[in-house]
Design a protein around this ligand. Structure first.
Ligand SMILES: [Zn+2]
Length: 195
């Protein structure tokens, strides 16, 4: 009788623990952004992304809109004095689509600067969806997500089909929730562990 109760308690515990260990697949940076407005992170334009109507600015704007509409409860907003930048670069490497250069303050656990870059060399001949996918991925780094190549679909997966996966997926959103919470409550910096 006692043994039976112990086994069913163990089974109940396993059923609670299993979904948790499966859902924590996203990879987080050691730090996250400090909000400039409630639930919003600022950015300024740079390079060819500074030209309104350009394919580069459109890729970033579509990607930012997708983060907002995906119930991430977090958004980018444009202000010229921002520490974060969405810009372009030119690098002759057909497999290098984008980069995010991130500077952290490991004491405060905040990202102090993020420069997101789209490679005009490798992306110029690609589709709008493809460019948006890269912009969405770099913005994910800007929010504090790391590359996640073991989960599919995920916009943070470097091996994703960029023509198909160009908006945040559920694993990406779980990563954002782990960093910032999912509703009105802002989690403290450094309150999440990363792997
Ligand atoms: Zn990446």
């Amino acid at each position: 009788m006692k043994q039976k109760a112990r086994i069913s308690a163990l089974l109940a515990l396993l059923m609670i623990l299993l979904p948790i260990s499966q859902s924590s697949a996203y990879v987080l940076s050691p730090c996250k952004q400090q909000f400039d407005l409630p639930r919003q992170v600022s950015f300024c334009w740079g390079g060819e992304a500074g030209q309104s109507g350009s394919i580069w600015q459109n890729a970033y704007l579509s990607a930012a809109a997708s983060w907002s509409s995906a119930q991430s409860y977090i958004a980018w907003y444009n202000v010229s004095s921002s520490r974060n930048m969405m810009t372009t670069f030119f690098h002759i490497d057909p497999a290098l689509y984008g980069e995010a250069e991130i500077t952290y303050n490991l004491t405060t656990r905040y990202i102090t600067q993020c420069v997101m870059k789209l490679n005009t060399y490798s992306l110029g001949g690609k589709s709008a969806n493809f460019r948006q996918s890269v912009a969405c991925h770099e913005q994910g780094h800007g929010f504090g997500l790391g590359d996640e190549n073991s989960i599919s679909p995920a916009v943070m997966n470097q091996n994703r089909n960029r023509e198909v996966i160009y908006t945040p997926q559920s694993d990406d959103l779980l990563g954002i929730y782990a960093l910032y919470g999912s509703g009105g409550v802002d989690k403290l910096p450094g309150s999440t562990s990363h792997r």
